[in-house]
Each structure stands twice: as structure tokens, then as C-alpha cells.
Design a protein around this ligand. Sequence first.
Ligand code: ADE
Length: 226
Amino acid sequence: MRIDILTLHPELLKSPFEHSILKRAQEKNILEIHLHNVRDYAQGKHKNADDYAFGGGAGMVMMIEPIDLCISKLKLEREYDEIIFLCPDGKLLNQNMANTLSLKKNLIVLCGHYKGIDERVREYLISAEISIGNYVLSGGEPAAVVLVDTIARLIPGVLNDETSALSDSFQDDLISPPVYTRPAEYKTWKVPEILLSGHEKKIDEWKLEKSIERTKKRRPNLGEKL
Ligand code: ADE
């Protein structure tokens, strides 16, 4: 999968993609991430990528032209499955959306700016709008990290043990069961006996029971189907 990220602050996005799972995915050539500075596409004497809002209002608004030029250049090079704009009023990201997006080949992700973007970008240039939650970030960059991470870990071959993405919370509408590691007893706090028993079938039953219990308690809406 190839993901092109358009931003006014590429420096905010460099490090998150250079470590751990996302780094390995790129090394294995399963994932390509390309950062584009929208400002590089700005025209005119001052190379502005944002400007004052028509009709007044506080703050600068991202201009359509540099974004259009950048997207058009990329679209000449390859076909994109989705051009996603990250914004607080987009469709709320969930595991289902991540699953669907993880099957795509080429994505463009456009990071917004805290005071907004020329509405014509949303109207004419993009195909989807995604929010990572009902709160406002200063820009779309942290949301881009969240989105790319959620998608990338689902691409086959990215995680060493493929089943570990399948057993994530929210796959199957279930929250993951609790996990423990050594020591089996810390202070007086003990790991549940069953996990030390070596009885695989019973352990699986216990895990499912805990998953259902947790889902009903913490995410009752997911649990409705149980
Ligand atoms: N940009 C600002 N806030 C955002 C949010 N909650 N989700 C996605 N992009 C955003």
C-alpha cells in the first residue's frame, strides 16, 4: 500500500513513521509513506498556502490551489482509491473503516489546519472525510498518524503473527481479554490460575468469557449483539 500525506507540517510526521511496526512495514516494502509539504506547491510572490477568510473571521484558511496542484500531480502518476480529508466533523473512524481501507492500494491523506480549509477542497477534491474523535486537534497531523497506524497494522505481513491483528479489540465486536506476564505473583497480586494450567481449551473458554464480560461492561453498544 502507498499512502501520500499532504500537510503544512511534514516535520510533525517524520518521526512517528520511523519506528516500530510502521518502520518495519516500510522496510518490508509492504507500506510506502510519502510526505508532501503543501507549501511547496504554493504559487505567487509570497508562496502562501493559507490566507484570510472571505467575509472575515479569525484565523487563516488553507488555500485550494496548492492542494489541488499537489493532488493533481499525484493523480497523474497513479490512481488513488480514496482521497481522505482529516477533520473533526468527518465520519468517525472505527475498526470497520480501518479494515476496509487496509485493502486499498493507494491513498491520499490530507491534513487540515485548525481554522479550516477552503470549502471547495472538500466539495471538489476529496472522496472521504474522517475524524478520529469528537474533539478538535490543532491540525490533522496527529490524526494522520492514528489513521495510518490503524490501517497499516491490518495489512497482511505487517504484524509478525497475522492472527494478532485478527484478535485485536473491536475485531468481531469484542474487547480483548486481559493479559499477564511474569511474575505469576507480584506482591500479593496473582495471575488467574487458569492461565498457568496449560489447559488450552479451558484457557480459550476463559478468554472468550472475559472478552464478553469486558465488552458488556465497557462498550455495551458493541455487546448488544452478544
Ligand atoms: N483535525 C482536527 N481535529 C481532528 C479530529 N478530531 N479528527 C481528524 N482530524 C482533525
